[in-house]
Write a protein that binds this ligand. Structure first.
Ligand code: PCA
Length: 324
């Protein structure tokens, strides 16, 4: 409510001006395709800010990695090449293991569990980002992660030797521990990677498989519900500190709306995209008990490794999550 009041006050202040004090355009790189629900949410956020500040801050989104590839977006914002952008949070686990809190296998496999995990982790993530001159604006989870293959897979044994597309540290480690060969590929390049055989499997959401029409190359999706990784929108802190209070209030309000709308979409999109994969000809089903028990053993190893790498900060997140 307080936030809404602030937003309305911001809107009122912006409206009181005949022309924006200092109109600025903020280019906003995003890594995922324009049709993806995160990109759709970002486009609405951009419009909300542009309208709400009466153009004092105009945000222009660039989806599909068209301005910067996913792996380059955070650095581009930190160094002031662009003021704002979206990135997969766990993509930074190679610089600080704490960023990988959302990719611990089977720790929080549902949207509800995951919301609690995010509550527990958010203060620490905001702190680490602020030390890097970044301000968190909003964050939205991906739907639960499942396994894609181009053959039937009933056990970890069946995964051996498969070329596996990874998107962060956890997915690369999952590949190693199951005897697969990891290759890092941006989501925007997936259709091509599968079509040319550079990769032949991955762990991802129904949403990404659907966006990338993976049924053109792959045949099976196993619902594993391994974890729900998050995307987040960050702004360069110098830019943020130089933004008027009225615009900040509008941006914060639009961010809260976007977070709400994005989560709603993520939930709605889960079954919709499973149906879409089926319509494309794929077999979509829960993983067998044998596969699940093999994956749980791998998950135990990955959890222990993460706790060691993420140290006290990581342990504090897990303790806070378990106490909720
Ligand atoms: N899609 C993204 C990250 C997680 C997801 O569901 C990807 O595959 O790159």
């Amino acid at each position: 409510m307080k936030l809404l009041m602030n937003t309305l006050t911001g809107l009122a202040c912006a409206t009181a001006l005949t022309a924006p004090a200092m109109a600025e355009t903020w280019d906003m790189p995003m890594a995922y395709s324009a049709s993806n629900f995160h990109s759709a949410t970002g486009a609405e956020f951009a419009k909300c800010v542009t309208t709400g500040t009466m153009g004092e801050v105009e945000i222009v989104t660039h989806p599909g990695g068209s301005l910067f590839a996913g792996a380059d977006i955070k650095r581009a914002i930190q160094t002031g090449q662009v003021p704002i952008g979206e990135r997969l949070l766990s993509g930074h686990a190679n610089e600080n293991a704490v960023f990988g809190f959302d990719s611990i296998p089977f720790l929080s496999p549902s949207f509800d569990d995951h919301a609690k995990l995010w509550d527990a982790a958010k203060p620490e993530i905001e702190k680490v980002l602020s030390e890097q001159n970044l301000t968190l604006l909003y964050s939205v989870p991906w739907p639960p992660q499942g396994l894609y293959f181009k053959k039937e897979v009933n056990s970890v044994e069946d995964m051996k030797g498969v070329k596996f597309r990874s998107y962060n540290n956890a997915t690369a480690r999952l590949a190693e521990l199951t005897g697969m060969a990891p290759v890092t590929i941006e989501a925007a390049e997936l259709s091509q990677a599968f079509a040319t055989g550079v990769a032949e499997s991955m762990i991802s959401s129904g949403a990404t498989g659907y966006d990338q029409k993976v049924w053109e190359s792959l045949t099976h999706f196993y619902q594993v519900d391994a974890w729900l990784p998050r995307n987040y929108i960050m702004v360069n802190s110098d830019t943020w500190n130089g933004t008027s209070d009225a615009s900040k209030a509008v941006i914060t309000g639009c961010a809260e709306l976007a977070e709400y709308a994005g989560l709603y979409r993520a939930k709605e999109y889960t079954n919709f995209t499973y149906d879409g994969l089926r319509a494309g000809g794929m077999t979509v089903q829960p993983a067998s008990e044998e596969l699940m028990s093999g994956l749980r053993a791998v998950g135990d190893t990955m959890t222990a490794e993460w706790l060691e790498q993420a140290g006290d900060a990581g342990k504090a997140i897990i303790d806070a999550y378990k106490a909720e």
